[in-house]
Design a binder for this molecule. Structure first.
Ligand SMILES: Nc1ncnc2c1ncn2[C@@H]1O[C@H](COP(=O)(O)OP(=O)(O)OP(=O)(O)O)[C@@H](O)[C@H]1O
Length: 666
């Protein structure tokens, strides 16, 4: 890399050499001025090496600014060159000086500087202060787009180092990082400390420094424990994990506790000056920032976490949020940024290991909910709810249908005892990747789950009626006799017991059971048939069956239909019991108070056990509003621009057809 003479580091290195050479050869400079220049050059160089081209700007930002070149500086470079020949006593120096002053990039920089000066007089304000991260996000998103040439070209452009540097400079200017001008580096630093101590001046803004400190128990030194990615300290590139803080604004930190240092920082006005002993074995992590995205499978509130090292530096999130993990180097605390907050700074989140340990120690009710009653021995499913109401293949759901209040407890325990498959590893985070379904891929599986009686079927029915060309349902299989006015492949697939049992053995069913001695089931093939027509297949299953279709093949969108609070439930369901539209063929279901309470309890149990699989939660209080919300959600997720965050496993194993299980919490 260094051998490339056009590389920014190389150029800066040569500038520094030149600066030293000028210092050595200038007879008019005093030794103090020379020393000052040397020190500043070292600092500039060091900063520059970390930040590439844009650093040349930052050098002016964080250190004393160089005097601005006069207008039309480009034109002045040639006479300088012609005059330099007589001063350079070595051929080698002359050649270097010549190549440097004739460097195209240098001329371009001067041009940019001149343009900026002209702009400055007009006081333009930036439309976008974070163009670099926006471009990087865009490049990431586009990588998963269709492979059109224009898209590829745009991705290549966005990934170019020069383009990134340009945007980085743009952001620095937009954020006015260069104000106010910092004073020159103090001259009272002991000469012998020069090699080991670094002086850093940072402009103080409203933004926190983005670093945590700790006291080294053996040496008593104050050490930078963490640097938050994207925070002020990180952006400066001047402070690193493991650095020892010697002074803050000239105040020695010797024998001080970390909490005594915070007031010192708070007291600083426009800038903060640090004297730092750089970490001896600092790892340069700038080049390999993590690109890991995870979906949180639990809620986290740092305010309620007594173990978090710094509450202010932590990130609160909700189950389902997508986080970008920017550092997973620490076993206990990762650093991540919340995606829904756009350009939010990274902060601390519990690592997967920590969260697993916590869940194991706390054994929360959610994961270890005791059964209220022993599950019945029979595997048979109660299809009491299958009452022969058919609308283009709709029937009462195979989900354990409506129960009398006497049977609810047994049913409830049977439902939830069946679904403990995912609890071997407590849900912490799942790695996700952006996925953009190709426009030709119109078919889509939407899984609807909810407690019995909440209105899943009603929502499904209304969606189908509203747009039969867009929505479809899988036609179930049964072994019972075909009735008059029932059509094969429309209401049911009528099959023999032998054929049904063979299909069961071949794992062809998502869900199946028996009612009054006859088999009923929904097959994977029948879902495929709906998808092949380019329709959205609405599938209503018991939540424990989500896992069967939670695969790269189906990439389902899972919607949880949740009841409102019991008072509202009572109000809306009672109102519905009043005579309504006489043309409505869907008979009303009468709910007792106990039914409504059970519905709420079941919803809670489903939520705590399967909530990590839900893409959307819809509260079904008012039916029309719930339908509107569901339609809106489905239309949005079908939109071509919408990027879905799906398990990384799906993307990686698109070829594997039956990886179904959620095997990899990361
Ligand atoms: N928001 C609502 N307001 C009033 N009544 C509703 C509402 N949602 C559903 N219902 C009524 O509740 C009853 C049960 O609805 P539905 O059959 O859709 O429930 P389900 O979740 O499919 O139950 P199951 O799985 O047991 O069949 C129906 O009579 C339906 O009309």
């Amino acid at each position: 890399m260094v051998s490339n003479k056009n590389h920014p580091q190389c150029i800066i290195g040569r500038v520094a050499t030149l600066s030293a050479w000028l210092g050595r050869n200038s007879s008019t400079e005093s030794s103090t001025v020379r020393r000052k220049r040397r020190r500043r050059t070292r600092q500039c160089r060091w900063t520059a090496c970390r930040r590439g081209v844009c650093v040349q700007y930052y050098v002016g930002v964080w250190c004393a600014p160089p005097p601005p070149p006069p207008p039309d500086a480009c034109r002045l470079l040639s006479p300088v060159m012609s005059g330099a020949g007589s001063h350079a006593d070595r051929e080698e120096d002359y050649r270097f000086l010549h190549s440097m002053l004739m460097e195209k990039k240098l001329h371009l920089l001067f041009k940019i500087h001149e343009r900026l000066r002209r702009f400055e007089s007009r006081c333009p304000s930036a439309v976008q202060e974070h163009a670099a991260s926006l471009a990087s996000d865009l490049a990431k998103d586009l990588m998963y787009q269709s492979q059109k040439d224009e898209v590829k070209e745009l991705v290549a452009l966005l990934n170019q180092a020069l383009f990134k540097s340009l945007l980085s400079v743009h952001d620095a200017v937009a954020q006015k990082d260069f104000q106010p001008t910092l004073p020159p580096i103090p001259d009272d630093t002991l000469e012998e400390e020069e090699d080991s101590v670094k002086l850093v001046s940072l402009v103080k803004t409203k933004e926190p420094l983005g670093a945590t400190i700790k006291k080294d128990q053996s040496t008593g030194a104050i050490i930078v424990a963490r640097i938050m990615q994207g925070g002020a300290a990180d952006k400066s590139g001047l402070i690193h994990e493991g650095d020892e803080l010697k002074e803050v604004n000239g105040v020695s930190l010797e024998h001080r506790k970390p909490k005594e240092i915070l007031p010192l920082l708070a007291r600083s006005q426009s800038e903060i000056k640090f004297k730092i002993v750089p970490a001896f074995d600092r790892k340069d992590v700038s080049s390999n920032k993590a690109k890991l995205f995870v979906r949180a499978l639990f809620d986290y509130d740092p305010g309620e976490d007594p173990a978090v090292p710094c509450k202010a530096a932590a990130v609160a999130f909700k189950r389902g949020d997508v986080l970008q993990v920017v550092s997973a180097e620490d076993d206990v605390w990762w650093q991540a940024r919340l995606l829904r907050d756009g350009r939010a700074r990274a902060g601390l989140i519990p690592s997967q290991q920590l969260q697993e340990r916590r869940v194991a120690l706390q054994r929360p009710e959610a994961l270890f909910r005791p059964r209220r009653e022993k599950p019945p021995a029979s595997e048979d499913v109660d299809y009491g709810a299958i009452t022969g109401i058919h609308i283009g293949g709709i029937r009462r759901s195979f989900r354990l249908g409506k129960k009398s209040s006497l049977t609810t407890d047994a049913a409830g325990s049977r439902r939830w005892s069946a679904g403990m498959h995912g609890s071997v590893c407590p849900p912490t985070y799942i790695e996700v990747m952006p996925y953009h379904s190709p426009p030709e891929d119109r078919g889509r599986l939407v899984v609807l789950v909810g407690p019995s009686g909440v209105g899943v079927n009603e929502l499904k029915r209304r969606l189908l009626i509203s747009d039969p060309d867009r929505y479809g349902v899988a036609v179930p299989h049964t072994t019972r006799e075909r009735r008059a006015r029932e059509a094969e492949g429309v209401h049911y697939h009528f099959v023999s017991v032998h054929a049904f049992e063979e299909a069961v053995l071949k794992h062809k069913f998502i869900e199946y059971g028996r009612h009054t001695g006859q088999y009923y089931g929904t097959s994977l093939d029948s879902v495929h048939q709906v998808l092949a027509k380019g329709k959205v297949c609405l599938l209503d299953v018991h939540p424990s069956k989500i896992k069967v279709v939670y695969t790269s093949e189906f990439k389902p969108h899972v919607v949880f239909v949740k009841p409102p609070c019991v008072e509202e439930l009572r109000l809306t369901r009672r109102r519905a019991e009043a005579p309504g539209d006489p043309k409505d063929t869907n008979p009303l279901r009468i709910f007792s108070d106990q039914d409504l309470e059970d519905m709420g309890a079941q919803a809670e149990a489903i939520d705590s056990q399967y909530g990590h699989l839900f893409d959307r939660v819809i509260i079904n209080s008012d039916m029309a509003a719930a339908l509107r919300e569901l339609r809106g959600d489905l239309e949005r997720t079908e939109g071509e621009e919408d990027v879905r965050w799906v398990p990384a496993e799906w993307i990686r194993s698109l070829e594997r057809r039956s990886c179904g299980r959620l095997s990899s919490w990361i």
